[in-house]
Design a binder for this molecule. Structure first.
Ligand code: 5GP
Length: 180
């Protein structure tokens, strides 16, 4: 449980998210037109709603797999040390792999995962992130597709948590601490 009281200010509405996912899905369909080999890999747990909505918009044959990395725990600070808690179930050799991330913040998580998956000889490896905080970047990395660029704020909702809460909000909101 978070220690301090907070309120959530809406940043991106459910409607805007749905509209952006529809746009992105068209771009992705064009990029992978004709492939029978696409594996969409969600990074747990924050991307679970995004990947669910994204794959339902994709008019392509897709397989879905997941990787889980160590997260912030209950803290709001990012960590440079990334550990794999759950690996893929399937083999990605010669497959088209699209990694789905909720937020690229410092970039260490995505960079670590791409390094790992890249070593398994996929046919190609691309990335999509719902949110990007470019001002926070430490690793030299950018997702191939980005839903929304956001400022340096701590956000929740649409799969993204604060101390395991608020994942079920249908929109993205910014956490603001209150005194009482
Ligand atoms: P990075 O390794 O890029 O610093 O961090 C990526 C991960 O940190 C994201 O997948 C997400 O789980 C977490 N993260 C980054 N920014 C936020 C944020 O504003 N709110 C929450 N809840 N998690 C975040």
């Amino acid at each position: 449980m978070p220690q301090q009281k907070y309120v959530i200010d809406k940043l991106i509405s459910a409607k805007s998210i749905a509209a952006r996912i529809e746009e992105l899905s068209h771009e992705i369909e064009r990029e992978y037109a004709g492939t029978q080999k696409l594996v969409v890999v969600g990074l747990l747990r924050g991307s679970f709603i995004f990947i669910a909505d994204l794959v339902r918009e994709l008019d392509l044959p897709v397989e879905v797999d997941f990787v889980e990395t160590s997260s912030y725990g209950n803290s709001m600070e990012s960590s440079r040390e990334v550990r794999i808690l759950k690996d893929l179930r399937g083999d990605i050799e010669r497959r088209d792999v699209l990694v789905v991330e909720d937020i690229v913040d410092t970039g260490h998580t995505l960079s670590h995962v791409l390094h790992l998956l890249g070593s398994r000889r996929p046919h190609n490896l691309r990335t999509i992130a719902l949110l990007d905080k470019p001002s926070r970047r430490e690793a030299d990395i950018r997702a191939d597709w980005i839903g929304f660029e956001i400022p340096d704020a701590f956000v929740v909702g649409y799969g993204i948590d604060y101390a395991q809460r608020d994942r079920n909000l249908p929109y993205i909101g910014k956490v603001r601490f209150t005194d009482d």
